[in-house]
Design a protein around this ligand. Structure first.
Ligand SMILES: Cc1cc2nc3c(=O)[nH]c(=O)nc-3n(C[C@H](O)[C@H](O)[C@H](O)COP(=O)(O)OP(=O)(O)OC[C@H]3O[C@@H](n4cnc5c(N)ncnc54)[C@H](O)[C@@H]3O)c2cc1C
Length: 489
């Protein structure tokens, strides 16, 4: 890769990192070279878009999945250009999305013409320091990358099984990460499967099992026993009412909930669907969240977050229909309760389960147990080398109530003293502590746009070519534009 006058290193090439790169490349005057560093072999996928299953649909309509909020038709046009025509309100397979992001980054490479100033390095970043020459990334293959500015887009981590179930995690029929490649492949079609959790991850696992011909019973157990709600089937042509969510004010969760309920009643009386209210609330969430004290934020997470997620993270209508059919045909069951302990890990797994519908805990026998508790925001609890190194160097601090990393309103990472970094930004789920709503593409693409603008300004302010080491130099390795194989879906 040519070394340019300045370099931007993006750590993590999932959807967030790819969206930041897409917005940086979109600025025609930008002369800066970008290096996207991704430890898994593919850009644009991360956890969400690495599935190859056609039954895993986006839970957001195509029109809202464009990389650019000011061009809602971008993704729909791309689908059509690849012979995958979809209407703006369709929920298309997630597997298309990673390819869409890759081809948005490297369109001309795909057509055989000169590549944009963007290279991919496939390695894990294990350390990041800032010396007189500027930031330097240390990779797990021993190489280093010098940069002017760095964007962290490393996402969330799969939640672990609760400590009470730690005895089961080494059992061969206990699946701790259902997204790991081939994780479900060993489950025989007639086995009884218990899913821990009943959110979108559980639905993903259920559908993947059905797709592979599973016939045995599947049970989902979660504290609330609720499935995600479904998207409206046909919003087209209908005027969506705008509930006055900007009027919501307060520093207590209880009062906000009361106001939201009143608003919901009023909006319902005016003919609005509850989904309109939830969608209208989304942009207000960061403001309301940051107005809560730490105790109130914890209260929200303990008592309300699960319910919010049920209404907020909805199933695509065809997915909801499939789940409905599996419930009606006696294959899929949802229970409110808790798995307390693993009593026996012999041939089958014997769990101790406390269901809300029963007075006493009882023994629950299952052939397979799958962790479907989804990704979580506590990224400093799991001994990740990069996060540990950043903490030890005082370059980051955990975000509010320990969620993600601390950032300011522009996405600049806060150091141990709470000062915003002049060269380190964070994007996506990493900013959940500050914003709460920071996981879906409609939110991430706006962050990506703002960060791209901020980085361009900062690089101009910093001046270029001031360091001895050529900025963007990858010592000992070359950052490569992706190969045709990488671009293929
Ligand atoms: C199953 C699922 C389905 C979803 N469906 C939708 C949807 O339909 N619509 C929607 O809007 N949102 C959806 N989301 C939410 C959203 O799109 C994701 O949260 C988003 O993809 C987050 O992207 P990310 O890049 O921040 O994180 P991730 O996807 O986790 O990607 C992070 C990347 O960083 C890499 N990485 C981590 N650490 C390092 C390191 N030290 N060095 C190098 N690389 C590193 C990882 O390998 C990974 O590729 C879904 C989320 C999930 C989990």
């Amino acid at each position: 890769m040519d070394s340019g006058p300045a370099a931007i290193a993006i750590v993590g090439g999932g959807a967030s990192g790819a969206l930041v790169a897409a917005h940086l490349l979109r600025r025609p005057s930008s002369p800066f070279h970008i290096v996207l560093v991704e430890r898994a072999g593919r850009v644009g996928e991360g956890i969400a878009y690495s599935t190859s299953s056609k039954c895993h649909l986006l839970n957001v309509p195509a029109r809202s999945m464009s990389a650019f909020e000011d061009d809602p038709g971008h993704f729909v046009r791309w689908l059509a250009s690849r012979g995958l025509p979809a209407a703006a309100d369709d929920f298309v397979p997630r597997t298309f999305y990673g390819r869409y992001l890759r081809e948005t980054l490297w369109p001309r490479v795909a057509d055989g013409t000169p590549s944009p100033p963007l290279g991919g390095v496939f390695a894990g970043v294990v350390d990041l320091s800032s010396g007189p020459q500027g930031p330097e990334l240390v990779l797990d293959n021993g190489h280093t990358i010098a940069a002017k500015v760095v964007v962290l887009s490393t996402g969330m981590l799969m939640r672990q099984f609760p400590a009470s179930l730690s005895g089961a995690t080494t059992h061969p029929r206990c699946i701790t990460d259902p997204w790991a490649h081939g994780a479900l492949a060993g489950i025989p079609p007639s086995a009884t499967v218990t899913l821990l959790g009943s959110g979108l991850t559980a639905i993903d696992v259920l559908l993947a099992l059905q797709e592979s011909g599973h016939r045995g019973p599947v049970h989902a157990i979660s504290r609330h026993g609720l499935l995600p709600r479904a998207h409206r089937t046909a919003p087209q042509g209908r005027e969506v009412l705008e509930p006055p969510c900007r009027d919501l004010e307060g520093s207590e969760v209880r009062s906000l909930l009361h106001q939201a309920r009143q608003m919901m009643k009023g909006a319902g009386a005016g003919g609005a669907d509850w989904r309109d209210l939830v969608d209208a609330l989304r942009p207000e969430v960061p403001r309301l969240w940051s107005g809560l004290s730490g105790d109130e934020q914890l209260r929200f997470r303990r008592h309300l977050e699960r319910l919010w997620n049920v209404y907020r993270h909805r199933m695509a209508p065809p997915v909801a229909q499939a789940v409905d059919e599996l419930q009606n045909s006696g294959i899929f069951f949802v229970h409110a309760g808790e798995v307390d302990a693993v009593e026996d890990v012999g041939a089958a797994l014997h769990l101790q389960v406390k269901l809300r519908a029963r007075a006493r805990p009882y023994a629950w026998k299952t052939d397979w147990l799958v962790n479907c508790t989804g990704p979580g925001p506590h990224i400093f609890e799991r001994g990740q080398p990069l996060m540990d190194a950043l903490l030890a160097r005082g370059l980051v601090r955990p975000g509010p109530i320990g969620m993600g990393v601390g950032t300011d309103e522009r996405g600049r990472v806060l150091d141990a003293q709470g000062q915003p970094s002049p060269w380190l930004w964070a994007v996506g789920p990493l900013r959940q502590g500050q914003l709460l709503e920071s996981t879906a593409v409609p939110e991430i693409r706006v962050q990506a746009r703002d960060i791209a603008l901020d980085i361009n300004r900062s690089l101009v302010d910093l001046g270029t070519g001031s360091s001895d080491a050529p900025a963007g130099a990858c010592r000992g390795l070359e950052a490569q534009p992706p190969t045709a194989q990488l671009l293929a879906s």
